[in-house]
Design a protein around this ligand. Structure first.
Ligand SMILES: [Zn+2]
Length: 314
């Protein structure tokens, strides 16, 4: 199978905005080789997670803090919703694991699940019971370990719920704190993810061309505008935040018009939605394009109605 060109589609933080039928149509339109989900499906929204598990494309998922919203510790007596979500996802939940996709020569390594960002471990008891991880240092080493052994000719993607520290502390930085009125933000990245990346880079163990995450929403709190969603590191690692929230809009007048250009549908017939995805295109093992893409789904019609190119390399 040809693998020189690969298309990856990121579904950022879902927050209950998921419809199997409509999202499947949008994905059919986008034709991804791999779909990455950054988590926060809802507040332990098992129905959404079950539906995502049924998506008929290769995929990898990391659960976020909202996916362990009520479950603080591992329960042996009954299956809690964290357990049920993990059972649905199976090996496609990549926390501290590597998923190798030999057909497209891509490997995905998952970071720490349930992350809420910042310096303390969120859901410490769960992490300890399920993964044996008790502190940031252990967490970093688990991520590093999962990345070791990545096949040499594979393109490695780190998938985490929240991005690493070190990418800026302004409120509109890719992992910057935007919700506090006082001060100018602060770096809310995950220190363990940053540590794992630097350990892997220091020892030249594997190269990390792409780090994908969510959690820090594109739209900033208090009407402060929008967040930077991409950072290209000095060593060319691309850090990409996919958390476009909410990811679904009903088609308003503006969108109707752009759809009308190509469509004979009358405005009465247009009752569809626009759905956000982040697209990454790889060619010969390098990222050639990254774009925020909005796909309109109106009954059986799908159209790309907006595309914002975030990165392009010829
Ligand atoms: Zn989150």
């Amino acid at each position: 199978m040809a693998s020189s060109s690969v298309r990856i589609v990121i579904v950022g933080d879902v927050h209950d905005c998921w419809n199997f039928e409509q999202d499947s149509k949008a994905l059919q339109f986008l034709q991804p080789d791999l779909v990455l989900f950054t988590g926060d499906f809802g507040e332990e929204n098992l129905e959404v997670v079950r539906s995502v598990a049924n998506v008929e494309f290769a995929k990898a998922v990391i659960l976020g803090n909202h996916d362990s919203w009520f479950t603080k510790k591992f329960s042996e007596s009954e299956k809690d919703k964290v357990q049920l979500q993990l059972e649905c996802l199976g090996k496609e939940h990549v926390a501290y694991q590597r998923l190798d996709l030999p057909l497209i020569k891509v490997s995905v390594v998952g970071g720490r699940p349930f992350s809420c960002g910042g310096t303390s471990l969120f859901r410490k008891k769960l992490l300890s019971a399920r993964y044996g991880v008790k502190d940031m240092d252990e967490s970093a080493k688990r991520i590093q370990k999962a990345a070791l052994g990545t096949p040499e000719n594979h393109f490695l993607i780190l998938l985490a719920h929240n991005g690493p520290t070190g990418l800026g502390s302004g409120l509109n930085d890719i992992c910057g704190k935007d919700w506090e009125f006082k001060g100018d933000g602060g770096d809310h990245g995950d220190p363990d993810l940053a540590c794992a990346i630097s350990l892997l880079k220091e020892n030249n163990e594997v190269s990390i061309p792409l780090v994908v995450f969510g959690h820090m929403h594109k739209e900033l709190a208090h009407g402060n505008g929008f967040r930077k969603m991409i950072v290209v590191g000095a060593d060319n690692t691309i850090y990409l935040n996919g958390a476009i929230v909410p990811r679904v809009k009903s088609l308003d007048d503006g969108n109707k018009r752009s759809l009308d250009n190509e469509s004979p549908l009358s405005s009465l017939e247009i009752k569809g939605t626009a759905r956000a995805f982040t697209l990454v295109e790889l060619s010969e093992g390098r990222v050639t394009k990254v774009a925020e893409s909005w796909v309109a789904v109106v009954e059986d019609r799908t159209t790309l109605i907006e595309e914002y190119v975030l990165f392009e390399r010829n």
